[in-house]
Ligand binder design. Sequence first.
Ligand code: FPP
Length: 252
Amino acid sequence: MASKDLEYLPNHVAIIMDGNGRWARQRNLERTEGHLEGLERVRGLVQHCVKVGVEFLTLFAFSSENWQRPESEVTYLLHLFVRAIENEANQLEENGVRLAFIGDLEAFPNELREKIKSIEKSFPPNPKLLLTIAANYGGRWDITQAAQKVCESVLSGVIRPEQINIDTIAKKMSLSEIPEPDLLIRTGGEKRLSNYLLWQLAYTELYFTEKYWPEFDVSAFEEALIAFSRRERRFGKTHEQIHSKDVESLSQ
Ligand code: FPP
């Protein structure tokens, strides 16, 4: 079965792209080679999402904790991001992909911040796919910055503390303009969220695979979509509830 034929396609897929380093080590390559190969998988996946109709793709490219890596690897990753943005922007736009970023971008070098700002402005609205890159992102940072904004609203008298509800906070979180992820994929064998989209993943289906990110090709992605589709069908409901025609026939 191909994912384009699936009844339930996730509208928003979030991914923790893990295992670049281990993939490289297995092949006696530098860790940076793993990141480079990982970028190739991103390219293929973006094209595939456009093809099958996934509308939102949110990738964890650099976590708040990644600064703790060796300086040379951090520098390499930052250069890779700048190069990728420069090289891919036109192609993305031609394919109807809009690029956006979430995370604490203040910590990045000026060059990267400027590139990010100009790229976000340059894309047209109503894309086929919104590709969001989480960079220097952490779920706890996200909740904290939302709390700060809510506090500012209280201090300026826009709302009273007792009026704060889930929706008030949700509106201040990153990705508040788009639907929450339907499916989270984590490659590389670990089964944890590693501080990714903690608020936004509350109801998301989780899919973990042993494959390292550079091995996660289009057919591996299709497997994840198929697994998601099957899970949605068993979402605690009965077949009859989902297919209302069958309910009618049962009651006859
Ligand atoms: C995790 O693997 C991967 C990263 C921290 C970097 C991810 C970046 C890319 C795939 C490049 C994509 C670029 C853009 C612009 C989207 P790891 O290094 O933690 O692997 P390990 O756990 O095996 O060491």
